[in-house]
Write a protein that binds this ligand. Sequence first.
Ligand SMILES: [Zn+2]
Length: 98
Amino acid sequence: MKRPEEIKINRFQLKVLLNDNQKEGFDYIVNHNVYCGNCGGTFNQGVEINGMVLDSLNDVRIEGACKNCQGKVARVIEFGEDKEYYQKAMDFRKSIGK
Ligand SMILES: [Zn+2]
């Protein structure tokens, strides 16, 4: 089977894909759990999201700027192992022709 391609998604599309639990997990990671290589350390002030990508495993990669130092950060948030979510993501791809 051919691997799905990476596609850019917006916040609205992400909300459609995630259930409430996953949304909470996503927000938590974005606000508390993205490591910034520029300031370092395990504590940071969250990320300003500039872009999101649905990758070939249907995980979500966020790209943005550290709110503390404005350094570039990226992080993959894994949802693709959840079967229900994965199916939703595949249906979403179909609906936009990807
Ligand atoms: Zn930083």
